[in-house]
Design a protein around this ligand. Structure first.
Ligand code: NAD
Ligand code: USQ
Length: 398
């Protein structure tokens, strides 16, 4: 299969590109390298030393013989070039990872809020409009987020995979309707993903595009069998207050002896998935596309659910590092339960990777190997959801 991987230089996109290439698919990465530029803006780097994209692709070919293409292109700004690329490559499928994906970054300033909406919504819309105008039948797999549902909206009932059946009372009796699960985003980033959902519903209904939207939980881990082949293929590892996600941050903090940065009581319950399962889920979605005329096919791309404080306590017990309860810089429920339906991928053969001591150790080993690259002044999350909210001072001398 010919596959374009949009955002294929990123944390999820790079290992997915290698996984698909390893399976024999003809992969072309499309990326504007904006994530690397944001590192420069934030004055922080991936904990792991990621190589330039050209070197990554060259090394992959040297080691495996598999060729991958790379096109430096901005999805939000370069519609004509993207449409021309579709006509030239004629892909069977597109995997769309190419968005600004950090909730804290999206709340930094009005500039970052506008950038996140402009980049994500325009980029996604350009992809859809270009597929239509190319006249090609290209299946689209998009990486969405569990955060579109929000936390606590449907009480303890399991969050369904995308759609909810509701009863509407009318003078002629009750009508049953299937609707998109109400959106309840917790940040401008999550808001951009809820807008993406509406674009997908429209383009499926109007143009019969074939779209799968993967509502992914928080990804943890860093290496896949392919990225672990050679240090020059290593995946990125974000640990800073804006881009680092909670479990990887805790693993990095435990590795360097930094107190674990629990926001508030740590009563937030979230959905998780290991990066190895991310790449398999994308493969499964590519192999099982919806038919023309179907509504967007939604999968909850989640394998486990954990409360933040339970993760912190587990790591504290394993490593002896202290837990710090910090003022929460976000506006979010202090405590929530989470029950998520995740039957779709299981029915299609996903064998979940569960959090185990072995895997936690593997990530901690990666963090330990590169701990001298860490800038400890970047660990505390300083972006606040509303002006005046409190954050913590640094907890460790650099
Ligand atoms: P990332 O920032 O590491 O990668 C995104 C890539 O997209 C980067 O390489 C960036 O340069 C590129 N990009 C961004 N805007 C672009 C544009 N306009 N044109 C071309 N390229 C562009 O993020 P990630 O962690 O790999 O996440 C990938 C996708 O998965 C995102 O859409 C994100 O919302 C989703 N997701 C991620 C997680 C997670 O925990 N990392 C969880 C759930 C969903
Ligand atoms: N948290 C802490 N301490 C930290 C970091 C985070 O307690 O040091 C808490 C946060 O306050 C939040 C929870 O952990 O309650 C999750 O935060 P996160 O940064 O790990 O995840 P989030 O901001 O939701 O975003 C990440 C990815 C995003 C993806 C989302 C999936 O960056 O791209 O869409 O996970 S989900 O959470 O399911 O919406």
């Amino acid at each position: 299969m010919k596959v374009l991987v949009l955002g294929g230089d990123g944390f999820c996109g790079w290992p997915t590109s290698l996984h698909l290439s390893d399976l024999g698919h003809d992969v072309t990465i499309v990326d504007n390298l904006s994530r690397r530029e944001i590192d420069l803006e934030l004055e922080v780097e991936s904990l792991t030393p990621i190589r330039p994209i050209g070197e990554r692709i060259r090394v992959w070919k040297e080691l495996t013989g598999h060729e991958m293409g790379f096109v430096h292109l901005d999805l939000a700004e370069e519609f004509d070039r993207f449409e021309a690329l579709l006509r030239e490559v004629r892909p069977d499928a597109i995997v769309h990872f190419g968005e600004q994906r950090a909730a804290p970054y999206s709340m930094r300033s009005s500039i970052a809020k506008r950038y996140t909406i402009d980049n994500n919504v325009r980029g996604t819309h350009n992809v859809l409009a270009a597929v239509v105008s190319s006249g090609l039948d290209i299946a689209i797999v998009h990486l969405g987020t569990m955060g579109v549902y929000g936390y606590g909206w449907s009480g303890t009932a399991p969050i369904p995979e995308g759609y909810l059946t509701v009863k509407v009372s009318t003078p002629d009796g009750d009508l049953e309707r299937e609707i998109l699960h109400p959106a309840n985003p917790g940040s401008v980033y999550h808001l951009s993903k809820t807008l993406d959902q509406l674009l997908f519903a429209f383009y499926c209904a109007n143009d019969q595009l074939r779209i799968s939207d993967l509502h992914q939980g928080i990804v943890w881990g860093t290496q896949t069998p392919q990225t672990a082949l050679d240090e020059r293929l290593i995946n990125r590892f974000d640990y800073d207050g804006d881009y680092g996600t909670v479990l990887n941050r805790f693993l990095m903090q435990a590795a360097i002896g930094h107190p674990l940065t629990v926001h508030g009581t740590g009563g937030q319950t979230r959905a998780f998935i290991h990066i190895r399962d991310t790449v398999r889920c994308v493969q499964i979605a590519l192999e099982n596309p919806p038919a023309r005329g179907d509504k967007p096919m939604v999968f909850n791309q989640v394998t486990e659910v954990y409360r933040v404080r339970d993760l912190a306590e587990l790591l504290a017990k394993l490593t002896g590092v202290k837990v710090a309860n910090l003022p929460n810089p976000r506006r979010e429920a202090a405590e929530n339960d989470l029950n998520v339906s995740r039957d779709g991928f299981l029915a299609l053969g996903l064998e979940p990777t569960y959090l185990s001591e072995g895997l936690l150790e593997e990530v901690r080993d990666v963090a330990l190997r590169y701990k001298d690259r860490a800038d400890t002044t970047k660990i505390i999350a300083r972006t606040v959801w509303r002006e005046g909210m409190e954050t913590s001072p640094d907890l460790m001398e650099s």
